[in-house]
Design a protein around this ligand. Structure first.
Ligand code: GDP
Length: 620
């Protein structure tokens, strides 16, 4: 019997490196044949197979399989997909053990579940982030922990802010993410990154549990992070740690001396008292958690922050979560890749390699990635390039297929189905001030499930670049006191971009609140009937000002609701008083025709103004 040819080559030693890492198979794109192979008498497969595929893989003729299945009461055809049970019985019949393997290829490294051989695992440093209510001393604690290092090294001016640092404590390392607060933490999580092992929850002893303390607890719990409570400001006269512990109980954070399992440490970031105890507690917790990783594999981890450095180009801080990154590696992040040009630590010291839980700043990427993106290191440019290109292609495909309208109703459905976490919004307003106010208020509508992200907020009319941004990021454009002109409206319709316009901020907030709660219902919507441009002004005593106009799009209807636009900004909202064709009243005037327009209670029209007629209609 001819042995079937299977591709079950193991990754060889990687020659590019000093030999301390094996070129492991997870870092390699799977070949088609890898989805079903016989390995030491065991048939290993990872996806449903047809009769033909199974036949080839286990080298049993197709008719034999079909006959066997028929004898067992199942009529199957050559191209029929077999379920796991069928595959299992056929394998056993022909003397193979079988195993289904969940394989995620390297292209989708975000989803990679790495199962290292326990023998290859070594202890790694805990990754800690600091959260808590504003002014309770998060930044002070981060600085206090760093303090000794600051004195000795930062004084020389060589330290660089890379978003995280490692602290040596009693011969062990602790990795501290130095962007405090749960917004940054959750922003990372929203991008699929779970970088933190332990959350230090900072509560001021003189202030107790406050709203953001509760939020931080919720965020930490949602991320399955262990919590250690740092009761800060113990040097202050009003310090009352028992009150803090009592209040925390109400939120299911139960201190050890209250019968729970949450360590609490009394500290003062100001005097430095208790900071050592806090570090001790972190190490104790880390030991209980048995945090481990395999340093002998190519690195995989998360981008902690990234920016465009004037001199060095794209620069990113990578937190290595498993494996070891080498200065000679190629790194893929998102759809970009690059060869590491320079790899440094928080003291700007050049590193040759960095193991699990180490934050490193790297340059050499082709573009600036986003915080929270996952990265993976590859030994060769060929692999990195191939994977990055395939990821780019896939993203393009997704974008193309998803370029259809992302309307408020679509978003609402997705929110309801729990399918999206981020709702993207672009704000355009009549003034910079109202754009900023809108942004601040809109972002506050986010909740644990749905995050409202304002991608841009500025003053001015909606333009092509706004549409592009909205289309690319499936954003809704909110116009406040402005209206899109007919060309932009048409283009937005074509691109499937929804433009919502309001003149009362409360209405915007209500709409977004409903969306976040998944309860948005478009009952009545505005429908623009047409626009007319005012070309001449006639002042007629007793009647008022008449605009000699030309209907540029759609239809203007007598008595219609209108908005008067000047340079894209709404200057008046009201109703038509009169609509005339020559001397006669007209019921409606269509595109391409001239007419005389007067507005109820408004005479300040100017040449070049646009009159936009609209009506309220039920949204289907
Ligand atoms: P954050 O908003 O949580 O990052 O808080 P900060 O670290 O900025 O601290 C807020 C204020 O509290 C600052 O004025 C600090 O100097 C002060 N502060 C922080 N920790 C302590 C402390 O342990 N004792 C005292 N007395 N003040 C502190």
């Amino acid at each position: 019997m001819k042995k079937p040819q299977f591709n079950n080559k193991k990754g060889g030693q990687n020659k590019n490196h000093s030999g301390f890492r094996q070129a492991n198979f997870e870092s390699r794109p799977k070949k088609k044949e890898d989805f079903a192979k016989v390995n030491g008498g065991v048939f290993v497969y990872s996806k449903p197979l047809t009769v033909a595929e199974l036949s080839k893989a286990i080298n049993v003729p197709i008719p034999a399989i079909i006959k066997y299945m028929f004898m067992n009461g199942k009529a199957v055809t050559i191209n029929q997909l077999l379920d796991d049970e069928m595959i299992g019985t056929i394998c056993l019949e022909y003397g193979y053990d079988f195993k289904k393997e969940e394989i995620v290829d390297a292209e989708h490294f975000e989803d990679l579940k790495i199962e290292d051989d326990p023998a290859s695992l070594v202890e790694r440093a805990p990754v800690v982030s600091v959260m808590g209510h504003v002014d309770h001393g998060k930044t002070s604690i981060i600085d206090a922990i760093r303090h000794s290092d600051l004195c000795s090294k930062e004084a020389g001016g060589i330290s660089q802010a890379i978003g995280a640092y490692q602290k040596d404590h009693k011969g062990k390392k602790i990795t501290i993410i130095d962007t405090p607060g749960h917004e940054a933490f959750t922003a990372m999580r929203a991008r699929g990154a779970d970088a933190t092992d332990i959350t230090v929850l900072v509560v001021a002893a003189d202030d107790g549990v406050m709203p953001q303390t509760i939020e931080a607890i919720n965020h930490a719990k949602a991320a399955n992070c262990e919590i250690i409570v740092a009761i800060n400001k113990m040097d202050k006269p009003g310090a009352d740690p028992d009150r803090v512990k009592n209040e925390l109980m109400a939120h299911d954070v139960i201190a050890e001396d209250y019968g729970g399992d949450v360590m609490t440490v009394e500290v003062s970031a100001k005097t430095g008292k208790g900071i050592d105890d806090l570090l001790d507690a972190i190490l104790v917790k880390a030991e209980m958690m048995e945090l481990k990783a395999n340093p002998n594999r190519f690195a995989i981890g998360t981008v902690l922050e990234a920016k465009l450095d004037k001199g060095e180009g794209p620069k990113a801080t990578l937190l290595v979560q498993n494996g070891t990154i080498a200065a000679s590696d190629y790194v893929v992040v998102g759809e970009i890749y690059g060869k590491i040009r320079r790899m440094t630590n928080e003291y700007n010291a050049v590193l040759k390699s960095a193991g699990p839980s180490t934050p490193v700043a790297v340059t050499g990427l082709s573009a600036v990635p986003m915080a929270g993106d996952r990265f993976m290191a590859f030994p060769t440019e060929k692999e990195a390039k191939e994977i990055a290109e395939r990821r780019a292609l896939e993203k393009q495909k997704q974008e193309r297929s998803a370029s259809a309208a992302m309307s408020l109703s679509d978003l609402n459905n997705l929110v309801n189905a729990g399918k999206i976490q981020d709702v993207n919004i672009i704000i355009k307003a009549d003034t910079e001030g109202s754009a900023e106010a809108m942004k601040a208020n809109i972002e506050k509508q986010s909740n644990d499930q749905v995050k409202i992200k304002v991608l841009a907020a500025s003053a001015g009319a909606i333009n092509d670049s706004d549409l592009l941004l909205a289309q690319a990021s499936k954003a809704i454009i909110y116009g406040f006191n402005i209206r899109p002109d007919a060309r932009i409206t048409a283009k937005a319709n074509e691109a499937g971009v929804e433009i919502r316009t309001h003149q009362i901020i409360y209405e915007v907030l209500e709409e977004i609140e409903a969306l976040v709660k998944g309860m948005y219902k478009a009952e009545q919507v505005e429908q623009v009937t047409g626009q007319a441009e005012i070309r001449h002004i006639y002042k007629i005593s007793k009647i008022g000002t008449i605009g000699g106009s030309y209907v540029t799009s759609g239809t203007i209807k007598a008595g219609s609701k209108i908005r008067l636009l000047r340079a894209g900004v709404v200057v008046y909202t009201g109703e038509l008083a009169g609509l005339k064709r020559f001397k006669d009243d007209a019921k409606e005037v269509r595109e391409g025709y001239e007419c005389g327009i007067s507005i109820k209670n408004y005479n300040d029209i100017k040449e070049g103004d646009i009159v936009e007629g609209y009506e309220m209609v039920d949204k289907e």
